[in-house]
Write a protein that binds this ligand. Structure first.
Ligand code: RDL
Ligand code: RDL
Ligand code: RDL
Length: 158
């Protein structure tokens, strides 16, 4: 059976990994064609190695890496570093690791933040699935200004 990896953090204030797991469990082939392997690490700087291990040791074909940068400038700087680590892990393994970061700065209202987080994680979980099993679904959306979590920007009228 194929494996899709999900890794999230204790630092996040929302259980992002469970949102990803739930979304994946709704998709065709769950439990038959693919299963989900879940890990949790302390914070987003620990995601890159966890994702690499999910790929190299646990045989995951793609990984969804969920993190929540805190609201301070320091956290935003750390987010950039964590992101570079995740990119390095993608290049080293030659395998996609979808980075799902939801920055605490993006939305100050707690309810709206929770909705944004839920939607971004679910959207990237679906993206991971489509990258493996339905790449034509991505192709259909090329150049369409697609976003995860918020409103799509849409294509530029030319
Ligand atoms: O390796 C142990 C920690 O350094 C690591 O878990 C960090 O990712 C923790 N962390 C910070 O140290 C920090 O300054 C996190 C954040 N900010 C953050 O904004 N979000 C995190 N972790 O997930
Ligand atoms: O791995 C999943 C996503 O993290 C990845 O697709 C990012 O490239 C998506 N993305 C951002 O997260 C972002 O903050 C993009 C932009 N900004 C951007 O400006 N342009 C993009 N992607 O193509
Ligand atoms: O224009 C508002 C947002 O789209 C913009 O700020 C994005 O950069 C927000 N964003 C992130 O900050 C991020 O870390 C997005 C992603 N990741 C992402 O994966 N997908 C998005 N936005 O659509």
């Amino acid at each position: 059976m194929d494996r899709i990896g999900v890794v999230d953090t204790m630092f996040a204030c929302i259980d992002m990994g469970s949102i990803a797991e739930r979304r994946l469990s709704e998709l065709e082939g769950y439990g038959e064609r693919f299963e989900v392997v879940r890990r949790t690490v302390p914070g987003f700087k620990d995601l890159a190695v966890a994702a690499r291990r999910l790929i190299e040791r646990d045989g995951c074909a793609i990984v969804v890496a969920c993190g929540m940068p805190g609201g301070a400038d320091l956290d935003e700087m750390c987010a950039h570093e964590a992101s570079q680590g995740i990119m390095m892990a993608q290049v080293l393994t030659g395998t996609h690791i979808l980075e799902v970061f939801v920055h605490m700065r993006e939305e100050s209202d707690p309810d709206k933040f929770a909705t944004l987080c839920h939607n971004r994680v679910a959207d990237h979980a679906l993206n991971a699935y489509r990258m493996l099993y339905a790449p034509e679904e991505l192709r259909k959306r090329a150049g369409q200004g697609i976003r995860q979590g918020g409103e799509d920007v849409g294509p530029l009228a030319v």
